[in-house]
Design a protein around this ligand. Structure first.
Ligand code: MV4
Length: 454
């Protein structure tokens, strides 16, 4: 009696997001089938599942990326929908198409939208055509003629950046500071792209030297309705791994943000997008430049949940099941400020992974404090997967209140048995530059270089 087109959801993921998706399913009265590797047999999501099926060994290529095993598990279990979480198969257009071909609902956008956004040139073309502001540069295949290439880069103005159409998330890109380096950079990036993505296509953009990373969360239904649910600032990252995110992006003119949000929802309607999505922008000198779109639920979706009160995963499932959006844009709530710290099992100075047994697991609490985690005392952090063991999310009426709560929560949280980046988060939460808000994408790596920080 859910009113959706399905009653049973197969969760094709692990860790905190498997549990997060399962909680949303159970809230909606849906049954859950959890597929897991041999290493995850004791997971909380497995224990809470209506049915759990082991699909392979710890190695993700043989389990969480094993499309045949997952589709077979769906068939055997009677699941009617598949939620891919993030990572793994979540942005694999071929997998989405196979799920739908099997008569199941893929809880995500149509395969064609995933495919389009996976091709960064096609994505940029579509977004520019729909009125979303993009980074300067031609959104087309590059000419062969060296003189024409030189003229193109000169017209953009150095520095420029060469990016692979099949890349994204920081993979397959190279900065070019002067004309003398251009042709070599194009050739090398093309060759790397051919090998890494099976697609040698590259494109050129103006390189922005000190931008912020700001994203817009959208949700669209099957009936041409789309809303944007606020902004996030994800500038604090190291080697393209986000460390700490917040919502809303601080210090941005709300009028400008509303214009960008409206452009994003218009673009969703223009391309027939549906489900959750994230528009990634670089923001420099107060201007927004689209770079990529993510077609999955993101790790940092929780800060948007805290500032809207909306269960995004529940809504993602509802729209996949054919429900209409519950709000017009004017009805979308927005209040206060939220931060999220990604707590990783790693050495806080070297960032080396720190697998092992968690012996102490003391979580913070109080108003506005949320921890999303699959870990607990006695939990074994396996070496096979990414090192995130928890997300600490805090909310406050103001950024200052949220930051105060963040500092207290980080002090309260105590984990032993493995190393974690909690000490790094405590230092960062005490940093004056971070407290001021609006740092750029290079801030964290610069800050890590300094000794005696904070
Ligand atoms: C850029 C850029 C500067 N100029 N594009 C890196 C990840 C991928 N999503 C796009 N990335 C960048 N593209 C232009 N034209 C700088 C980056 C970038 C970056 C972007 C977001 C967050 C962190 C980053 C760290 C280094 C470089």
């Amino acid at each position: 009696m859910t009113g959706l087109g399905f009653k049973t959801v197969l969760i094709a993921n692990r860790g905190e997001i498997a549990l997060r998706v399962q909680r949303a399913c159970r809230t909606l009265g849906l049954r859950t089938v959890v597929v897991h590797s041999e290493a995850d047999a004791d997971a909380l999501a497995v224990r809470q599942a209506d049915m759990a099926l082991c699909i392979g060994p710890a190695n993700a290529a043989a389990s969480y990326l094993n499309q045949e095993a997952i589709l077979l598990a769906a068939e055997l279990s009677g699941a009617e929908a598949v939620h891919p979480g993030y990572g793994f198969l979540s942005e694999n257009a071929a997998f989405a198409a196979r799920v739908e071909a099997a008569g199941l609902v893929f809880i995500g956008p149509p395969a064609a939208a995933i495919r389009m956004m996976g091709d960064k040139v096609a994505a940029k073309q579509a977004m520019r055509a729909a009125g979303v502001p993009c980074v300067p540069g031609p959104d087309t295949a590059l000419p062969e003629d060296p003189a024409a290439l030189q003229a193109l880069a000169a017209a953009i103005g150095y520095p420029v950046i060469v990016k692979a159409a099949g890349g994204g998330g920081g993979r397959g890109m190279r900065v070019v500071r002067a004309a003398a380096e251009l042709l070599e950079a194009l050739a090398v990036t093309r060759e790397e792209a051919r090998r890494a993505f099976g697609n040698p296509e590259v494109y050129l953009e103006k390189f922005l030297t000190a931008p912020r990373h700001v994203e817009i969360q959208v949700l669209a239904d099957h009936y041409g309705q789309a809303v944007w649910l606020g902004s996030r600032d994800c500038s604090l990252q190291r080697r393209h791994q986000k460390i700490l995110e917040e919502a809303p992006a601080p210090g941005i003119d709300p009028q400008l943000l509303a214009e960008i949000g409206a452009a994003c929802t218009a673009a969703c309607r223009a391309i027939g997008y549906r489900g959750l999505g994230t528009f990634e922008f670089l923001v420099e000198d107060g201007a927004f430049y689209f770079i990529e779109m993510n077609t999955r639920v993101q790790v940092e979706h929780c800060v948007t949940e805290m500032t809207t009160g909306i269960d995004l995963v529940q809504q993602q499932i509802r729209v996949a099941g054919g429900a209409r959006l519950a709000w017009t844009q004017a009805e979308v709530p927005g209040f206060g400020h939220a931060f999220e710290c990604r707590i990783n099992a790693e050495n806080p100075k070297t960032f080396a992974p720190s697998p092992g047994v968690i012996t102490q697991w003391d979580l913070p609490g109080g108003p506005g404090v949320r921890v999303d985690s699959h870990a607990r005392a006695g939990f074994v952090v396996a070496p096979h997967y990414d090192s995130m063991i928890a997300k600490l999310i805090v909310h406050g009426d103001s950024r200052a209140e949220a930051l105060a709560r963040l500092r207290i929560a980080l002090d309260e949280m105590q984990v032993s048995g493995i190393e974690t980046n909690l000490p790094l988060h405590r230092q960062l939460a005490a940093d004056a530059g971070f407290a001021a808000g609006g740092v750029d994408i290079h801030y964290l790596e610069r800050w890590l270089q300094q000794d005696g920080r904070a």
